[in-house]
Design a protein around this ligand. Structure first.
Ligand code: SF4
Ligand code: SF4
Length: 100
């Protein structure tokens, strides 16, 4: 177990002491619904990528590559904007114990 810092070793409350710390934060833990992507329906319009508030849509050169569940909070915006219903929101309980 990592050694705990003493009170006087902690940064002053509210200060962010290094840049880019949000990258390490697993916002996917907040999710109660999971967007499930069906490649066979997708037309790579990239609406989901454009509207996702967490940049959790993975794309490469304009091609949809899937969803990054480390950051996806399960808001459902991607499923709502998808014109081909290629993303379905499913209860997270269906995926308990399975790999992302
Ligand atoms: S559910 Fe929300 S956070 Fe997750 S990929 Fe879709 S738009 Fe992004
Ligand atoms: S919005 Fe739907 S059709 Fe468009 S890239 Fe995303 S998953 Fe594919």
């Amino acid at each position: 177990m990592a050694e705990l810092k003493k009170w006087h070793e902690l940064p002053i409350a509210g200060l962010i002491v290094e840049p880019g710390t949000a990258r390490k934060y697993r916002t996917g833990d907040w999710r109660v619904k999971r967007p499930v992507y069906d490649r066979s329906k997708c037309i790579d319009c990239m609406f989901c990528w454009f509207y996702c508030p967490d940049q959790a849509i993975i794309q490469e050169k304009g091609v949809m590559k899937g969803i990054d569940y480390f950051y996806c909070k399960g808001c459902g915006v991607c499923a709502n904007v998808c014109p081909k219903s290629a993303i379905e929101m499913r209860p997270e309980t269906e995926f308990v114990g399975k790999e992302d």
